[in-house]
Design a protein around this ligand. Structure first.
Ligand code: THU
Length: 134
């Protein structure tokens, strides 16, 4: 797996942290930020957006992917997820499936204490259901 360099990871962490500070999480009180890198080096971020109808809540990862797609991004190089959990929180099943839609790429899970887990979409969701788009 081709992980981003240290400087790029720092930029992703900063973007995820800024997005996380805007999380709307009054029900779980668990704020999450995510930031992804596209093939041009651009960064798109997202936070979790909860709802009084709990099941409608959107995770930070899916929010970041939606923002990138809306801006025309087709290829994701990496995604980073920031939460205050130790070990760092890992994406839910729905987010793993949404990530798999865009192929296999690095997934970095971090927390403010500096813990970092390096994974990938294929590792998080083996045998994913996808249509062959080639
Ligand atoms: N959450 C995320 O946004 N991303 C994750 O990787 C784990 C969970 C959110 C969903 C919900 O708003 C809150 O965290 C508690 O589950």
């Amino acid at each position: 797996m081709n992980y981003p360099d240290t400087e790029t990871i720092s930029r992703l962490a900063e973007a995820a942290s800024e997005a996380r500070s805007n999380a709307h999480a009054p029900y779980s009180n668990f704020q999450v930020g995510a930031a992804l890198l596209d093939s041009e080096g651009k960064i798109f971020s997202g936070c979790n957006v909860e709802n009084a109808s709990y099941g409608l809540s959107i995770c930070a990862e899916r929010h970041a992917i939606g923002a990138a797609v809306a801006a025309g991004v087709e290829k994701i190089e990496a995604i980073l997820v920031l939460s205050e959990m130790s070990p760092p929180a890992s994406p839910c099943g729905a987010c793993r499936q949404v990530m798999a839609e865009f192929g296999d790429f690095p997934v970095l899970l971090i927390n403010p204490e500096g813990e970092e887990i390096r994974s990938s979409v294929a590792e998080l969701l083996p045998l994913a259901f996808t249509f062959d788009r080639d």
